[in-house]
Design a protein around this ligand. Structure first.
Ligand code: ARG
Length: 399
């Protein structure tokens, strides 16, 4: 009998996928649920998978691996898709594919399956990543094959005694992990409509946040965030603690229309309180310690990196090569950044590093200035020489 390893979230789509795959492919279904920090959605997920017909359900806590090997490199790379989205959903996909492929091998299964639709980016990320890791693996996407509308799917579930969660009435499609939440569908599909407050669960409305700002000091060691307000924490806890602080001040809401890999534009809402704070702080510290030309190169690579994560190209030589350069840049990224949070905004109010290339004695306009003003004249003469020449010999100009 064929065996299929299914990425199981516990929601309606993947619950329906279990009997659907079993019937269509005459297969045994092994469910796999990864804890990526999505929180309470994981309660009794194993029982749910078994009750709808899975032969086994593996539940794995991969939060530390996700934070250290996927989130951290993307933070250090400065990866914000189209300048804004910290890529929470996108970063989770290669790790899901990796675990599915590993468990398929362990279970002697020839295929893996996921609940992604045929219109989104996530199917691309999982399929491409899985085949990078095992070229022979078959990937089945029941939700892109079954052609059921939402009501038909609910009817299918009811016929087979699959519990339909109360949240099925929610008009939104969401995905979450420790790096953030993605929300789409419903009224959000009109990009002119303001997101209703109900879509947000991690961040308070700025109208309800404290009337006094909060200061948060973040320490980094070689590009790794290590402490919040002087308290050292492992990465997963540090992200969780920033989520609480930033969320309470309404920081981390993103409302954007983005370019999907499959060629359409879509309106997406994100909540990424910790990611917004960490990107803001990390970028500031890196700027303080990095020479100008390298900083420019790094900034261009950030954009490339975000695109490749978004586009499902995690397991590629390109990503590995950029990671190496980024890791080299991180050697100097040690120090502290002080952020101020107030009414939905978060900004830098202080930075320091033993490797800072900022020197007060060179920058100051007060006494103690060590900048060689007399050298400026000669420097400007040489620097401006090509400008002078080109301007003097401009075609059509009076020479
Ligand atoms: N647009 C985001 C991405 O491609 C999120 C996709 C999942 N969103 C969701 N609401 N289910 O990474």
């Amino acid at each position: 009998m064929e065996r299929i390893v299914l990425a199981y979230s516990g929601g309606l789509d993947t619950s329906v996928a279990i009997p659907w795959l079993a019937e269509k492919y005459q297969a045994e279904i092994v469910a796999v649920t990864l804890d990526l920090g999505q929180g309470k959605e994981l309660d009794d997920v194993r029982e749910r998978a078994m009750s709808v017909g899975a032969v086994r359900c593996h539940v794995l806590d991969v939060r530390a691996e996700f934070a250290e090997q996927y989130v951290l490199p993307s933070l250090q790379a400065g990866a914000l898709y189209e300048g804004q989205y910290p890529l929470a959903t996108a970063l989770g996909r290669p790790l899901i594919a990796k675990r599915l492929v590993e468990i398929a091998k362990m279970e002697s299964a020839g295929a893996i399956a996921h609940g992604c639709t045929g219109k989104g980016n996530d199917q691309v990320r999982i399929d491409v990543s899985a085949r990078a890791l095992n070229r022979a693996i078959r990937v089945v996407g029941p939700a892109r094959e079954w052609g059921m509308s939402r009501p038909a799917e609910i009817a299918y579930a009811r016929e087979r005694g699959i519990p339909v969660p109360a949240t099925v009435d929610s008009p939104y499609s969401t995905d979450s992990n420790l790096w953030g939440r993605s929300i789409e569908c419903g009224v959000l599909e009109d990009p002119w409509t303001e997101p209703p407050e109900e879509v947000y669960t991690l961040t308070k409305s700025p109208a309800d946040t404290p009337d006094a700002p909060a200061h948060v000091e973040l320490d980094f060691e070689q590009g790794v965030p290590t402490a919040v307000n002087g308290v050292a924490m492992p990465l997963v806890e540090l992200i969780g603690s920033l989520e609480t602080i930033a969320g309470a001040h309404g920081v981390g809401r993103i409302d954007m229309v983005e370019n999907r890999l499959v060629g359409i534009k879509s309106r997406e809402i994100y909540e990424a309180p910790a990611a917004v704070m960490l990107h803001t702080a990390h970028r500031e510290l890196e700027t303080l310690v990095t020479p100008r030309d390298l900083e420019r190169i790094k900034r261009r690579l950030s954009c490339e990196y975000a695109d490749l994560v978004y586009n499902g190209l995690w397991f590629t030589p390109t990503r590995r090569a950029i990671d190496k350069l980024v890791a080299d840049v991180q050697q100097r990224v040690t120090g502290s950044v002080r952020l101020k949070l107030f009414k939905g905004a978060c900004w830098v109010v202080g930075r320091k590093s033993p490797y800072a290339l900022y020197e007060e004695a060179l920058a100051t306009y007060d006494e103690g200035d060590q900048f060689d003003h007399s050298a400026a004249e000669g420097f400007i003469k040489i620097w401006g020489l090509p400008v002078e020449l080109a301007a003097a010999k401009q075609p059509g100009a009076d020479v």
